[in-house]
Ligand binder design. Structure first.
Ligand code: NAG
Ligand code: NAG
Length: 255
């Protein structure tokens, strides 16, 4: 027997001993923990549930329900290999649009407008950097409905013909569904042939959740502080919906 073979046998022995030990431990212990993917039956697949906390996306949800898109988006997420990314304007963003602009649309146009706020693939926030080099980006509404994405040191904007929206924070980022809050309704020229009447939105994000424990004194209106606060509150919301470990890992990436 030459040296190489004896080395091989020695290595195999030294590997198999601890492995055998581990195997016995697993058999002796209680059943292994479930894989992390199984943490959120039900809520994970439910877009209405994901968009409910805080009641800040009620207009978008109303339009999705009116046009039968809740199910279409959920099916895109779960029955394709690609998943979905949904860019959800806040109620404030919808309120900034002159009411006749949206009430004047036909039902199929409302549907296209809502589908214009989705991409037929799951994109994590960090993938928007690569997405910004694709121009234009086709949305779920089809080839006539494109946006451009810009990515500048983590600041993401989605550009439509008549509006330029900032990605404010992740609402939900777990594959196969990614949901991001944006501060403007995207307005495509495939529907609007001229600039629709849109008000400037007051800069303060949401006065509805004032910090309760002296946070305000630490970040006196600082822009960076505000963004972090917004992110960590989204992360707290995630933590309530998902298992803590997964939410914490996601948030560590996001922050
Ligand atoms: C989705 O969530 C909403 C709001 O929590 C709830 O009313 C609805 O029954 C849920 N749908 C399913 C299919 O679980
Ligand atoms: C996106 O960028 C392309 C050029 O790269 C431009 O032709 C197109 O008009 C832009 N689309 C929007 C919606 O701004």
């Amino acid at each position: 027997m030459n040296l190489a073979v004896s080395l091989l046998i020695a290595t195999a022995l030294s590997l198999s001993l601890p492995l055998a030990g581990a195997h016995r431990r697993v058999l002796a212990d209680s059943p292994p923990a479930p894989p992390p993917q199984s943490f959120a039956h039900g809520s994970r697949r439910n877009l209405t549930y994901i968009l409910a906390p805080g009641g800040r996306f009620q207009t978008f949800v109303m339009y999705l329900q009116q046009t039968g898109l809740v199910e279409v988006f959920e099916i895109q997420a779960h029955r394709t290999h690609h998943g979905i990314t949904i860019l959800v304007p806040t109620d404030r963003a919808f309120a900034a649009i002159e009411p006749s602009v949206l009430s004047g649309l036909k039902k199929h146009q409302v549907k296209s407008l809502m589908m214009y706020h989705a991409l037929a693939r799951h994109y994590a926030l960090k993938e928007f950097d690569a997405l910004s080099r694709v121009s234009p980006v086709t949305t779920f509404a089809g080839g006539l409905y494109t946006v451009n994405v810009t990515y500048d040191a983590g600041a993401i904007r989605v550009v439509s013909s008549w509006a330029d929206a900032k990605v404010v924070r992740p609402v939900y980022e777990m594959p196969p569904m990614a949901v991001y809050e944006i501060d403007r309704v995207l307005l495509p020229d495939a529907i609007f042939h001229a600039q629709p009447a849109v008000e400037a939105i007051p800069p303060s994000p949401d006065g509805t959740t004032p910090p309760s424990d002296g946070d305000a004194t630490k970040t006196p209106g600082g822009k960076a502080g505000g963004t972090l606060d917004a992110k960590s509150s989204a992360c707290r919301a995630l933590g309530r919906a998902a298992s803590y470990v997964i939410a914490a890992a996601l948030c560590a990436v996001a922050l």
